[in-house]
Design a protein around this ligand. Structure first.
Ligand SMILES: Cc1cc2nc3c(=O)[nH]c(=O)nc-3n(C[C@H](O)[C@H](O)[C@H](O)COP(=O)(O)O)c2cc1C
Ligand code: SF4
Ligand code: SF4
Length: 259
């Protein structure tokens, strides 16, 4: 019988966390097991060993980046030890598509010994284009996430460990080409330090938050967390992507669940 659930996630702008918390809390409550939160968002917290004993449960939440699992998580996933651990990958995407991210997550977890028993794709406000999927996950999304958790718990309680058929293609679509576009900062910056703490790459200078080092993910955690709206992207590619998303992906998509 499972002893613990690990709620492991990477969530720069918080939408993934909102969804996986609902899923994980429902599973842990129904199975009456402890709920251990492992937040991989901050650079000092990555990588970390997760998994533990056989019979444990892992909920693994990640935002979809370019139709794939974010490359920044590769080192963390290498440290996952899933021998006999039941896993539920949860992809949160910005209302465009999750493409091959969920099958990739299933494959990565399986390669590390986990038994994938369920998977879900949910929608979060697009971090690069907030009008796309604006306000998601909303109350209906969170209710769907909670219900998904209850359904996963029921499946586990029935000792049904069948691997679900997840949507996506193998081979996966090509990974996004890395680009060195970094946010800019206006004079409104009060050097409050919020973005410095929120940056998942730890590349914003604490003394001068307008100075950004290499390795930006364009995750927009700094842009969305700045209380005075001092951070913004205005490079050509960021503006092009935003316009493309707003022009084509405004129609509401709904969560897809695989059990
Ligand atoms: C670099 C990057 C690439 C993204 N690629 C996709 C994508 O391929 N499809 C999609 O629908 N959303 C995409 N998104 C949007 C995020 O998946 C979405 O906003 C998610 O809710 C962010 O999760 P978070 O709040 O946990 O950071 C991308 C966002 C970023 C920053
Ligand atoms: S500097 Fe880049 S990586 Fe850091 S929070 Fe801002 S967008 Fe994300
Ligand atoms: S959150 Fe905004 S105001 Fe605070 S340090 Fe960062 S850019 Fe400056």
């Amino acid at each position: 019988m499972a002893q613990s659930l690990y709620n492991v996630f990477f969530s720069p702008t918080g939408t993934t966390r909102a969804v996986v918390d609902k899923v994980a809390d429902a599973i842990a409550a129904d199975l009456d097991i402890s709920n251990i939160i492992v937040n991989l968002t901050q650079p000092t917290k990555r990588p970390v060993a997760v998994g533990g004993e056989a019979g444990n449960v892992l909920v693994f939440g990640f935002p979809v980046y370019g139709g794939r699992v974010p490359a920044v998580l590769a080192d963390s996933i290498k440290k996952f030890d899933g021998e006999g651990v039941y896993a539920i990958p949860v992809a949160v995407y910005g209302n465009r598509d999750y493409d091959d991210a969920l099958v990739e997550a299933v494959d990565l977890l399986t390669a590390h010994g986990f038994k994938v028993v369920a998977a879900g794709a949910f929608i979060g406000e697009h971090s690069m284009a907030p009008r796309v999927g604006e306000g998601r996950p909303d109350a209906a999304d969170l209710a769907a996430a909670e219900q998904f958790g209850h359904d996963v718990a029921a499946k586990l309680a029935q000792e049904n460990y069948e691997r679900p058929q997840v949507k996506g293609n193998r081979p996966y679509m090509d990974a996004m080409a890395p680009r060195d576009d970094r946010p800019k900062t206006t004079d409104a910056c009060t050097v409050c330090g919020i973005c410095v703490k929120r940056c998942p790459m730890g590349i914003i200078d604490a003394e001068d938050p307008a100075k950004i080092g290499e390795g930006c993910l364009q995750c927009n955690a700094c842009v969305k967390s700045c209380p005075v709206d001092a951070k913004y992207f205005d490079d050509e590619m960021s503006l092009k992507i935003k316009a493309m998303l707003e022009g084509n992906f405004m129609a509401r998509r709904e969560p897809e669940l695989f059990l």
